[in-house]
Design a protein around this ligand. Sequence first.
Ligand SMILES: NC(=O)C1=CN([C@@H]2O[C@H](COP(=O)(O)OP(=O)(O)OC[C@H]3O[C@@H](n4cnc5c(N)ncnc54)[C@H](OP(=O)(O)O)[C@@H]3O)[C@@H](O)[C@H]2O)C=CC1
Ligand SMILES: O=C(O)C1=N[C@H](C(=O)O)C[C@H](O)C1
Length: 240
Amino acid sequence: MNILILGYGKMGKIIGEIAESRGHSLAAKINIDNRDELNDLDASTIDVAIEFSQPEAAVENIAWAMERAIPVVSGTTGWLSRKTEIEKLTADQNGAFFYASNYSIGVNIFFKVNEFLAKLMNETSGYKATLEEIHHTEKKDAPSGTAITLAEGIFKNVEQLNDWHLVGQSTENEQSLPITAKRIDPAPGTHIVRYSSEIDEIEITHTAHSRQGFALGAVLVAEWIQGRKGVLSMDDFLSF
Ligand SMILES: NC(=O)C1=CN([C@@H]2O[C@H](COP(=O)(O)OP(=O)(O)OC[C@H]3O[C@@H](n4cnc5c(N)ncnc54)[C@H](OP(=O)(O)O)[C@@H]3O)[C@@H](O)[C@H]2O)C=CC1
Ligand SMILES: O=C(O)C1=N[C@H](C(=O)O)C[C@H](O)C1
């Protein structure tokens, strides 16, 4: 495959290395300071765009590729309030758009465990649910996209909860799940779901040891999306 990398930062670089090690070529590696290179590209030679940039840039990047009939695999977090615009564009263009807040297979297993645990906790009284995420200090958004996906998995299953708030930034209420966001270098990404009672505590944790799992997942999805259409997610890609 010939891959366009949109956002050549910490993630883009590892994605490029993994893609090349799997025999793919890189059409271009686009950052904020070399976006002009997009004008020189022949879009018909590009099989897929992998987009890991920043919240303010994601929609523009995705739209650029979608308008040129290039399938898009996006991992940028913090822009999802505009996801419906991209879903509409995907439908209008009869294109392919894949989004995941986390491409690591381990985290996607963790999402399932989170939902199962939430179902059990919904049947049990006396526990208070909280979330914690820990990332490196360069991270621009809080809470992480992964923490928001975990929160949504809890809302689906715990009747009492339907919203989240960042601890320290808004007041608590019974329906709102508190999320603590910590920024500590060099943490690639740690997520903790905790249920506490006076008697005990139940805690599940996913800790990424590096960015390899996120990057490999994105390349595997880029291979998988070839020939597919529509708005796609990890539920389409994974068999569990
Ligand atoms: N879904 C997942 O599995 C994962 C998602 N992420 C998300 O991916 C995103 C990127 O993370 P990370 O690589 O760590 O961040 P970095 O800041 O290291 O990289 C982002 C890159 O995007 C570039 N960029 C900024 N604006 C534009 C633009 N308009 N067009 C093209 N490139 C642009 C930046 O360029 P410059 O440096 O010049 O500003 C930078 O090189 C974040 O939103 C993060 O939350 C991260 C890990 C896993
Ligand atoms: O910015 C990061 O680094 C990460 N971002 C994603 C998120 O916001 O969930 C995924 C991973 O946790 C790393």
